[in-house]
Design a protein around this ligand. Structure first.
Ligand code: G3P
Length: 220
């Protein structure tokens, strides 16, 4: 399972890279706005430190402008995946960009039929938003289950990129279902390794070690 980091904050990405589990990055217009920096500059900076796909989202809504924006974003770095919304124009742009071998992430997916259309348009990634479905009383993970089965039934190569992840349980559920990727806000990434028994166990080991008066490294 691949982990992408869902942020436009370069410092947070830099902090996580040495862990070895940053397989890519996703951004969206809200995350770019939150970060406050110029979009092209931000995407270039992220692409210079992350070798996996970095999603950069178009903001136009008509086909021609969306395609122009998509081509521009793709020109910023080799590993840009152009993110387009799941609309008719977005799907057409997805197909056009895929024909030029540009990676495309189709975003704002809330139904299995939408995911099926994105796969038929050749999407590299489909981004179903599980947290936002949970917010309206639906089970976001049921959608992931359906999409994974549908894609397997027909051998689609589109990767299921679980988005709008809010909890570590979302990550576990996505992994059990077999989703290809989960994009995680840094806060959720930190929740993945934290456990009260790890902290308690480490404190006890360090207390006992201190009592021995030893040091592992030979004294200089
Ligand atoms: O990747 C999409 C994600 O950023 C949306 O998350 O928490 O705003 O629903 P959220």
């Amino acid at each position: 399972m691949k982990f992408f980091v869902d942020t436009a904050d370069i410092k947070q990405i830099e902090e996580l890279i040495p862990t070895g589990f940053v397989d890519g990055v996703t951004t969206n217009p809200s995350l770019i706005a939150k970060n406050g920096d110029d979009m092209a500059k931000t995407i270039k900076a992220i692409c210079s430190i992350v070798s996996g796909p970095v999603s950069a989202e178009v903001t136009a809504t008509d086909f021609d402008s969306m395609l122009e924006e998509g081509k521009y974003l793709a020109s910023l770095a080799k590993n840009v995946a152009v993110k387009v919304p799941l609309t008719m124009h977005g799907l057409k742009v997805c197909k056009a960009l895929r024909e030029q071998d540009t990676k495309v992430n189709v975003t704002l997916c809330f139904s299995a039929t939408q995911a099926l259309l994105a796969a038929k348009a050749g999407a590299s990634f489909i981004s179903p938003f599980v947290g936002r479905l949970d917010d309206i009383g639906e089970k976001g993970m049921d959608l992931i289950e359906d999409i994974v089965v549908i894609y397997e039934n027909y051998g689609f190569e589109t990767e299921v990129l679980v988005a709008s992840v809010r909890t570590s349980q979302h990550v576990i559920d996505a992994a059990v279902i077999g989703a290809h990727v989960a994009t995680l806000p840094p806060k959720v990434i930190h929740e993945l390794y934290e456990h009260p028994l790890t902290k308690k166990g480490l404190d006890a080991f360090l207390d006992d070690w201190k009592k021995t008066g030893q040091s592992i490294l030979p004294k200089k």
